[in-house]
Design a protein around this ligand. Structure first.
Ligand SMILES: N[C@@H]1[C@@H](O)[C@H](O)[C@@H](COP(=O)(O)O)O[C@@H]1O
Length: 235
């Protein structure tokens, strides 16, 4: 893993943008995208740039089950707001949270990823070490699957909803195996509340207890963290 420690998420966003720019300059055509507060500064830097994605494809990591694309807390909506309105792609794929047939939806999404191999995947990091919605205990061999969110993730994500009871209990998520197929991976993490997960991801054993630890098995991962998120690393 290549570790880059920055002052704050503003500087991290600029570095994240640089990673996108170099993938873009090297011919990347398919960008794997993530939601959450973490990638926002990177999306802002991309939005302010002259990068053109109108011939490119994006594939998002995950979506809440039960939320339609026009729901303000859906990941479809998030992407529209934070990136696609400013930088449209030729094709943008996000799992369909309104499809009640999990088998059909996850198979459909796996096919999309097979047809559009991801050149660069951006990731955030859950406080419990999750990536996408791959919670601790997830079988690393899984591709896209339906996930029951853990209590800690429901609590962490409740800040985006009016109250905790409105947070969906399930999501469709790319699996760890899907993520590891990406050619290059960029993970960003900011804030003290991510410090334990960052340490476990970078320095801990590779274990299903920390889904992000499987990134140690990937040959081309860039990790951008601020000082607070890096504070538990033994450097
Ligand atoms: N499914 C998303 C993850 O992809 C994201 O990394 C995580 C962290 O969110 P934040 O970046 O807001 O800390 O939240 C959600 O659970």
């Amino acid at each position: 893993m290549k570790l880059i420690v920055v002052k704050d998420r503003q500087e991290g966003g600029q570095k994240g943008y640089n990673v996108f720019q170099s993938a873009y300059d090297n011919g990347a055509k398919v960008f794997g995208l993530a939601t959450g507060s973490t990638p926002i500064t990177t999306y802002e830097a991309i939005s302010a740039s002259d990068m053109d994605f109108t011939q490119m494809t994006s594939v998002n990591l995950d979506e809440y089950v039960g939320l339609a694309a026009d729901h303000p807390q859906s990941y479809h909506y998030f992407m529209q707001e934070h990136l696609f309105n400013q930088k449209p792609f030729a094709h943008s794929y996000v799992p369909d949270g309104t499809n009640p047939d999990a088998v059909a939806e996850t198979a459909r999404y796996d096919q999309i990823i097979a047809d559009n191999p991801i050149d660069l995947q951006i990731l955030g990091l859950g406080q419990n070490g999750h990536i996408g919605f791959n919670e601790p205990g997830t079988d690393p061999e899984l591709t896209t699957h339906k996930v029951a969110l853990t209590e800690s993730t429901i609590k962490a994500n409740a800040r985006f909803f009016d109250n905790e009871s409105e947070v969906p209990r399930y999501a469709y998520s790319m699996g760890i195996a899907s993520i590891l197929k990406s050619q290059h991976i960029l993970l960003e993490a900011y804030g003290e509340e991510k410090a334990a997960a960052v340490k476990a991801m970078v320095e801990g054993p590779i274990t299903t207890d920390v889904p992000a630890s499987f990134l140690q098995n990937h040959a081309d991962v860039t990790v951008i963290v601020d000082e607070a998120a890096a504070s538990k690393l033994s450097r």
